[in-house]
Design a binder for this molecule. Structure first.
Ligand code: AMP
Length: 399
């Protein structure tokens, strides 16, 4: 990857606008997972040490262009301040009249955070005037928000045309290295594990990764659409009938390429399920066919064993998506078993997507994962080979 990073330019004593992704999960104003904030610390620390003025830009949730304090970034500024052990200035409106004055007066080597950019519709519209106002706050730009780099917004795309220095932060660099280089030239065997609800969300990435991997392990509800393609019974499992043709095409491509696609050989099924209440009725272990009246909710013990063995022998592993309805404890065993297998493998492990990261964190094995991608949708689009506006807009190293 030939994108310039903050290590390639001199940012000392500069006022640096850093686009971070502090789109963290909140419950009643409390941050339930601070991973995204922690992931940005290396870049922020580096800039503080170079006595830069650090101005953080981010979005949180979907306030739809309206000021809505439910989506205020203030809790993230407080959490960052706790993690840094120093105060973080907070400006309550990203276009506040006094923002510029605060920036002029702030000390070099200190950090300021602007309120949610998406309180203005102009952010997602990539509005030029809005981008210009943000750009006027600083004299260099760093993008460390891989999770939004697949969107051309004012703070990821427009702003880059208005500043002389625009480079990647350390997190962005790591994302590009692990999702780019390590999967493009993987140590083999390279095993891809995909789960979650929908084939439709992941067909692009399935297709792209079939060109690169040796094994593809498919779990979650997605697997049942593949079972349908193989003429198996799926009972009441969640399937996408209109995606059976895609599943068939993927199976054909895999066999032409000599890639092994493994589907669950057994599943845990239930006869009733109430997602809101997080409860299920009776459970049974089924082999590949699930009869009417039953719904597949997790991979079964045999599948856990087969998948874990392949994962254990792999040199590169990419995992995205849960193996079952892991939000319900009784359907979470498969996902946690895979989290454990991925963590215990000696191969390079890359985990993408919020649910898989939550599962890894809950499993207590997160320290054994080589890289956890912060960008769910973005990591999938990047793996598909799509151009990312927030990345292509950055300065490139001359070859
Ligand atoms: P995705 O966003 O596509 O990665 O899907 C994640 C969602 O898939 C989670 O909320 C899981 O509960 C759901 N999921 C995984 N396995 C199943 C299954 N067998 N049946 C229904 N939903 C599932």
């Amino acid at each position: 990857m030939s994108i310039k990073t903050i290590a390639d330019v001199d940012l000392s004593k500069k006022t640096v606008l850093v686009r971070v992704d502090f789109n963290v999960p909140l419950e009643s104003g409390r941050i339930t997972d601070n991973s995204r904030i922690r992931a940005a610390l290396p870049t922020i620390d580096y800039l503080i040490k170079r006595s830069a003025k650090v101005i953080l830009l981010s979005h949180l949730g979907r306030p739809k262009g309206q000021k809505n304090l439910k989506y205020s970034l203030r809790p993230t500024a407080q959490e960052l301040s706790r993690l840094l052990g120093s105060s973080v200035l907070f400006v309550e409106d990203c276009l506040a009249a006094d923002a510029q004055k605060t920036i002029v007066e702030m000390e070099y080597g200190s950090v300021m955070m602007l309120e949610n950019l998406r309180f203005y519709a102009e952010e997602e519209e990539n509005n030029e005037e809005f981008a210009k106002k943000l750009a006027a706050y600083g004299n260099a730009y760093v993008n460390d928000a891989f999770g939004t780099a697949h969107r051309a917004h004012a703070s990821t795309a427009g702003i880059t045309h208005m500043l002389p220095i625009k480079v990647a932060g350390f997190l962005m660099q790591k994302e590009l290295e692990f999702l780019g280089n390590r999967t493009a030239n993987p140590e083999r065997p390279f095993t891809v594990i995909l789960g979650g609800a929908k084939v439709s969300d992941k067909i692009g990435v399935i297709d792209a990764l079939l060109d690169k991997c040796d094994n593809m392990l498919i779990g979650g509800a997605m697997a049942y659409t593949f079972h349908l393609a193989q003429g198996k019974q799926v009972g009441n499992s969640l399937v996408e009938k209109d995606r059976v043709a895609d599943a068939t095409a993927a199976l054909q491509k895999a066999s032409q390429k000599g890639v092994k696609i493994l589907l669950p050989t057994d599943s845990i099924g239930t006869n009733t399920l109430n997602f809101e209440m997080r409860t299920i009725g009776h459970t049974k272990t089924f082999s590949e066919d699930i009869p009417a009246g039953w719904q597949g909710v997790d991979i079964g013990p045999k599948t856990i064993e087969i998948f874990s063995e392949i994962i254990g022998k792999s040199k590169t592993i990419f995992w995205n998506g849960p193996m079952g309805i892991f939000e319900i404890t009784a359907c979470a065993e498969g996902t946690f078993a895979i989290a454990k297998a991925v963590a215990q493998s000696d191969g390079t492990s890359i985990v993408g997507g919020g649910d898989s990261i939550t599962a890894i964190n809950k499993s207590g094995f997160s320290s054994r994962i080589d890289f956890m991608s912060t960008g769910g949708g973005a990591s999938l689009e990047f793996l598909e080979g799509k151009k990312m506006p927030g990345v292509t807009a950055l300065d490139h190293k001359s070859m």
